[in-house]
Design a protein around this ligand. Sequence first.
Ligand code: C2E
Ligand code: CA
Ligand code: CA
Ligand code: CA
Length: 275
Amino acid sequence: AKKAGKNRWFWFESPMESELRFRSDLERALRGGILAGEFVPFYEQQIDLATGRIIGFEMLARWNSPRFGMVGPDVFIPVAEEIGVIADLSERLIRQALLDAREWAPSLTLSVNISPLQLRDPWFAQKLLKLLVEANFPPSRLEIEITESCLHENVGLVRSLITSLKNQGVAISLDDFGSGYSSLAQLRSLPFDRLKIDRSFVTAMPGNRDNATIVQAITSLGEGLGLPITAEGVENAEVVAELQKLGQFMAQGYLYGRPEPAEQTRERLAKLGML
Ligand code: C2E
Ligand code: CA
Ligand code: CA
Ligand code: CA
């Protein structure tokens, strides 16, 4: 639209026009950013609560955009899914993460998040195994995290993908358990190796009986099914104390550290003698 100034004309956009423009700028920047290598893996420590030791890291993607600054995955993953570039983006991130993780002590694991859309690709397992071979990274050190929304997809296909990955030694976690539309029946539909309790329950445990009760119930469910459990979103020592009363956990959260770039992860591990 055009608007008359005194002797000038200038353009203005309605809120909807500017939103659409922002969105198409974002999409263009995202496509370009993939090719320019602007997407980088960050790593979050995973701790064995029983010993306090680091047992691995979860890779969390970041977009270091010259235009938008440091952008989080909650913003760009949905866009990457919508414009059909998630598989390409994820493959590049995993390739880099495998190279990074190869420097760590061989006992340390690497967890990566997989979008439900990637599990619609019948070649997903082969592609992932190929990345492992190319990076010379043992499949038994890799864990993939999927959310229950994967289970609304073609369960037969997802099961066969998961089975071929498991046969090669890759472990499968059910992420964000307890949130969204997860149901107990879904726990049986796939052979998971681990449950990750959604951080909303964990973070709010102290002083909230309901959240503590939910965490307790998930814990006994995991124990009964023989599934190890990760508590995400551990932000303070109070939560650790409550978890330790309930059972065995692996823990992640800001108490241990924010996700950090490969170089800082390396330095951390070097200090611990874990390179
Ligand atoms: P997620 O897999 O549930 O990852 C945990 C998120 O919680 C991360 O946010 C992490 O930074 C944050 N977090 C960790 N500890 C704490 C804590 O103590 N307190 C609080 N408040 N938050 C904590 P992030 O990095 O923004 O990632 C958001 C989501 O984006 C992830 O949730 C994951 O589902 C998705 N994501 C990240 N990287 C990838 C990727 O490469 N591919 C796909 N498909 N999804 C990804
Ligand atoms: Ca995750
Ligand atoms: Ca999670
Ligand atoms: Ca999540």
